[in-house]
Every structure is written in C-alpha cells, then in structure tokens.
Write a protein that binds this ligand. Structure first.
Ligand code: AHM
Ligand code: MG
Length: 329
C-alpha cells in the first residue's frame, strides 16, 4: 500500500505561506518573499552552528567588543557574517544594520532597486551559549526611504512603520515567529524536510498570566514603581521565570502569558535592550498577538528613534499584566 498523507500532516512551509500571503496583494512583486527566504536560510545556517558549537570549537569569546562595548562571542561574529552574506544577495535590500556593526551597510540605493532595510540582532542572548541555553535572531524590516541620503537616518524609523518583524529561537526546537502586520504565525524547523513548517496561525497571547520575567537582581536600582509592582506580585502568588535570553523569555511570554520587562537600572539608565532591532520587532509581534508593549510612558512602536543603537526600557506581554505594571509606575 502507498504511504498516505493524513489531512493533519503539516505541509505548509514558511516559503509557501509567505508566497500565498503575497498572492493576495495584487501589487506584490515577490521581493518580500525573497527577503523572508533569506532570513529563513540564515536561520537554518545559524541554528546548525549553534547546535554544533561545542563540537566545532566556536564557543567562547571572539576577543573583541562590539560598538556597544559588549564582548563578542565567536558565534555572534559567525551569525552576523551569515546574515550579511545571505541578505547581501537579495536585490531589493537597500540597507542592513546589525547590533554587531557600528554603522548600517548600504547595499544599494533606492534608484538601484533598494526597497527595504533589514535590521537585526544576529544572536541575541549569546552570553548563554556556553551553557546550552536557548538563543535567538531578531529581525525588523522597514521600507527604504530613497529621499534620505544618510543610512543611519534611513533606519531610524518608528516601530509602527515596520513592514514585518520576527525572531528565530534556537532552543529545544528551532522556531520561526513572524508578523507582516496581519497577525502572528509560528513555524518549526523540520530537519527531515529542511523547511520551517507552519504550526500556528494567528497566534494570540493569553490576556493574563501570573508570571513575571525580569532580572530581579537589579531591582534595588529599578525606579520605585517597578519595585512596588514586584512586592505586589510576590504577595499575589506570581511566579518568576527569567532565562536572560530575550527571544526565549519573550517566546514563553507570548505562548503562556505574563509580563517581560527590562526596566531602567543604575547601570543602564535607559534600559539595556536596543529599540530598533530588539524592542520594536518584539513589540510588533506582541501587539499583533493582542498584547501590549511600552517603553517608559510611550507605546514602544511610537518611540521616535534618534540613533541606530539606542536603548529603551521594555515592558511587554499580556494586556492585563502590562496594564497592572503600568498602574504602579
Ligand atoms: P545581547 O544582545 O548582548 O545578547 O544582550 C541582550 C540580552 C537579552 O537577550 C536579555 O533579555 C538581556 O540581555 C539579559 O540581560 P541581563 O543579563 O542584564 O539580565
Ligand atoms: Mg541582543
């Protein structure tokens, strides 16, 4: 008897899903799906490196610091190179900007067909790599404004203007989460077929959830309101979960509810996380899933960026829980 394909078998790949979405827009050129396929290919290549890190001796420090004074891991550099190389081949990308590079890279001008800017953190949470904890790639896609000659100014757009955003989590499975402004879809890498396959469409974050995720060791230097919230959460039967890897912490919050935060601290008075390639893409995903995301008093997606590596405080998650934290601030 020939093998059967059950209706429940998952056969929708990321590629076909994006092509299908594009086909619904009469003016779509297919360029966006080329970018999504580049990011998915880079995700597979980076995921492979992450899984084999211990075997291939690519764990540990690269011996250099990035522009933000943070020590680069060998895999930060490898992941950055993989993304740069693969995205560099896509004809519609004008500018790419990475957490690891001081300045954005101009690939081509608007007059040469450059329509999009891609911003990314190639390997977020990389200090966790040596101990086998989940890490991730975060990306944000913006339209290129051909009238702005300066690359840094071109990428300094408010999060509301993102065309798409997402992350890849290299955890116990490799998970690709993306939004193009029409809900949030989740894919899992099936190594046997080599594709990210659709596992959830129109993902919704739970409205509430009794979990908070924050580096509580910094709490003595948090602004008062956060400390009061934590006291309230302790007294109200909340649990704490903190991996210290934003992609993994946000992914858990998205699926099971609760709140994730990186408040201002004495060491990082503006917060630690970067607006353009960490806070904004995560805020778009969380909002598209029905959650909320704030940076200080402002909705994160409303913050006007002043520079590429700008940091902002982050508070995101289930709507009820984010509002609760805000009521203390
Ligand atoms: P990175 O981009 O240098 O990896 O730093 C960002 C990471 C996030 O993944 C995580 O949320 C945060 O730093 C953890 O910081 P801390 O160790 O201060 O709690
Ligand atoms: Mg990061």
């Amino acid at each position: 008897m020939p093998p059967t394909v059950e209706p429940s078998d998952n056969l929708t790949s990321l590629q076909s899903h994006i092509l299908g979405e594009e086909a619904r827009h009469p003016n779509a050129t297919g360029e966006f799906s080329w970018i999504a396929s580049a990011i998915s290919l880079a995700g597979k290549a980076i995921g492979h490196k992450v899984r084999h890190a211990r075997l291939q001796d690519v764990l540990g420090r690269a011996g250099a610091s990035n522009v933000q004074g943070e020590e680069q891991q060998k895999l930060d550099v490898i992941a950055n190179t993989i993304l740069m190389r693969i995205l560099g081949t896509r004809a519609s990308i004008a500018v790419i900007a990475s957490e690891e590079d001081e300045q954005p890279t101009i690939l081509r001008r608007g007059s040469e067909g450059g329509k999009y800017c891609v911003l990314f953190d190639p390997l977020d949470g990389s200090s966790n790599l040596d101990v086998g904890v989940g890490v991730g790639t975060i990306f944000s896609i913006l339209r290129n404004d051909p009238l702005i000659p300066d690359a840094e100014k071109t990428v300094c757009q408010r999060g509301l203007r993102q065309v798409a955003a997402g992350y890849i989590l290299y955890g116990s499975s490799t998970i690709f989460v993306i939004t193009t402004g029409n809900g949030v879809d989740m894919f899992v890498l099936d190594h046997s077929v080599g594709s990210f396959l659709l596992v959830d469409r129109g993902l919704k974050i739970p409205k509430s959830g009794k979990t908070y995720s924050v580096n509580e060791a910094n709490s003595s230097t948090f602004p008062d309101g956060y400390r009061k919230y934590l006291e309230w959460a302790h007294a109200s039967g909340y649990s704490t979960r903190y991996i210290g890897s934003m992609v993994a912490d946000v992914h858990r919050t998205l699926l099971t509810g609760g709140v994730f935060m990186y408040p201002p601290t004495k060491k990082n008075p503006d917060g630690k996380l970067r607006l353009l390639y960490e806070a904004n893409p995560m805020a778009m995903i969380v909002e598209q899933a029905g959650g909320l995301a704030y940076s200080g008093d402002h909705r994160t997606l409303d913050v006007e960026p002043a520079k590429l590596h700008q940091r902002v405080p982050v508070l995101l998650g289930s709507p009820d829980e984010v509002e609760r934290v805000r009521s203390f601030l």
